[in-house]
Ligand binder design. Structure first.
Ligand SMILES: COc1cc(/C=C/C(=O)SCCNC(=O)CCNC(=O)[C@H](O)C(C)(C)COP(=O)(O)OP(=O)(O)OC[C@H]2O[C@@H](n3cnc4c(N)ncnc43)[C@H](O)[C@@H]2OP(=O)(O)O)ccc1O
Length: 453
């Protein structure tokens, strides 16, 4: 299946946006239900500093024949939020800059921002959450008006929107510096089980992020190309400037994923492809899309192109991070190749580079990345880069607040034009939806390459 949306509200996106009108009530502050530590600063690690962007997600719940209706959902979710914030109390604080000039949380205890809203349509009119549609879906998430930077935004806002059919949606805007995908999922699922009446959390958060403090003095033992600014010798800036950005989502069902893996393995071992005789779905699919995007954008053979992706470091740290680690336990890893190298070798080369990038992530690599930030305060560069973010194993679909699992859940938008998102899809969530944006002509070329699989 291919779905398409155009920026600036045209096409499918506009159809959904036109139907969806949302009236918000007054935002309120939901503070922790019990006293929590206040008056101090909460330490955020160097892994939290790198990715201080707001991630907006939406979860949609159909009306249920028995049990509470959407009006109850506002009360249930608001009360459960107050209770879960006792455990996750830094989310009730506000971002600030510490004496070491890093992001930290001022433990003010003032609360998360919560808004109840009403939609003038049925949930079915929201459309398809497998593609980003900021115009329509953005109405289901609350952004603080007039906030000029992340210091003026609360770490999280929640909007519960009641639909005419009796269903509701939960829209979240959460700062990535507070948690990564796994941490966010554990928070949402803790909130959901609290709403269902659980007295204790299955996975209580582990709050102390100082376990990821930098070494003194910092030791940089890797090249860390993630920070390298690669010149755009192919002038893709002109292409992006001239053409409309199209978003499409490409579904890979299990059969198609096996074909992608077989392609990656065909010819493996013949040359210097690094692939150790086997590869995972992620490695094969990432290699495929990196190559296809390189070809579709018409990159010059000498253009160096960088692939970045997050690796969950929780079990790779020595010792592993404690269960329930609240903050970012992910590290960006990278592979760099010229367009000519990627396109003139068999697909096994790209998959092999991805595999090598996964294997590079050891305890020493991650400590080196932490120390790199300590020494340089540099942020990863997206110049001439593809950033793959994989949510395919994040169990957001489990978030049951008492109304069953969400009928749909997903991101509101892709954060940057360089980002490709892998999302779980379909029966037993065994398919992967690849979501991306490209200039119109490049998207057509990318589409052709995907049609060949
Ligand atoms: C702030 O509010 C938010 C934030 C967010 C979202 C934020 C983010 O995006 S943070 C980044 C999220 N992504 C990750 O953390 C990536 C996690 N994945 C990894 O780290 C992977 O190891 C990898 C580096 C991507 C590589 O994956 P892969 O090559 O597949 O290797 P393995 O994972 O080792 O798997 C190999 C093999 O094992 C089997 N397997 C492993 N795990 C599972 C599983 N969970 N289920 C089933 N099977 C598994 C499997 O057989 C694999 O082999 P295949 O051949 O089948 O692939 C969002 C929302 C907010 O509000």
């Amino acid at each position: 299946m291919v779905v398409e949306a155009r920026e600036n509200g045209a096409g499918v996106a506009a159809a959904a946006a036109a139907k969806l009108t949302v009236k918000r009530g007054e935002p309120e502050l939901v503070a922790p239900a019990e006293a929590t530590p206040t008056g101090e600063k909460y330490y955020l690690s160097n892994l939290d500093q790198n990715i201080a962007v707001i991630v907006q997600t939406v979860y949609c719940y159909k009306p249920v024949a028995s049990g509470g209706d959407a009006a109850d959902a506002v009360t249930v979710l608001r009360d459960a939020l107050a209770k879960v914030l006792v455990h996750y109390h830094p989310l009730a604080g506000r971002l600030t800059i510490s004496a070491e000039m890093k992001l930290a949380v001022e433990l003010t205890g003032e609360g998360a921002v919560f808004v109840a809203a009403d939609a003038g349509c049925d949930l079915a009119d929201v459309g398809d959450l497998t593609k980003p549609d900021p115009t329509a879906l953005g109405q289901l998430v609350y952004s603080v008006p007039g906030a000029k930077n992340i210091l003026e935004m609360p770490p999280m806002t929640a909007q519960v929107t009641r639909f005419k059919c009796g269903g509701f949606s939960l829209g979240l805007a959460m700062n990535h510096c507070m948690f990564d995908g796994l941490g966010a999922m554990e928070f949402v699922n803790s909130w959901a089980e609290t709403a269902r009446g659980a007295a204790e959390l299955t996975v209580p958060p582990f709050l102390d992020r100082t376990v990821l403090r930098a070494r003194d003095p910092p030791v940089i033992s890797f090249e860390h190309h993630e920070f390298e600014e690669i010149p755009d010798v192919s002038d893709t800036a002109a292409l992006y400037g001239e053409q409309e950005l199209l978003y499409r989502s490409f579904c890979f069902d299990p059969d198609r994923l096996e074909r992608v893996r077989a392609l990656a393995l065909a010819g493996a071992g013949a040359g210097d492809d690094l692939l150790g005789g086997r590869c995972t779905t992620f490695e094969a699919l990432s290699g495929l899309v990196w190559r296809a995007r390189t070809r579709a954008l018409g990159l010059a053979p000498e253009q160096r192109t960088k692939l970045l992706f997050a690796v969950d470091g929780r079990r790779r740290f020595e010792p592993p991070l404690p269960k329930g680690y609240f903050g970012n336990g992910i590290v960006l890893t990278n592979a760099v190749a010229t367009a000519g190298e990627l396109l003139s070798s068999p697909p096994s080369r790209a998959a092999g580079l991805v595999q090598a990038a996964v294997r590079m992530v050891t305890d020493e690599y991650m400590r080196s990345a932490v120390d790199y930030f300590e020494a340089t305060r540099a942020r990863p560069s997206l110049a001439s880069t593809l950033l793959i973010t994989t949510w395919s194993r994040l169990a957001f679909h489990d978030a049951d607040f008492g109304w069953g699992q969400p009928a749909m859940s997903g991101p509101v938008t892709l954060p940057e034009k360089e980002v490709i998102l892998f999302l779980a899809h379909g029966e037993e969530r065994k398919s992967i939806n690849v979501l991306l944006g490209l200039p119109a002509s490049a998207m057509d070329a990318f589409q052709e390459l995907m049609d060949e699989i």
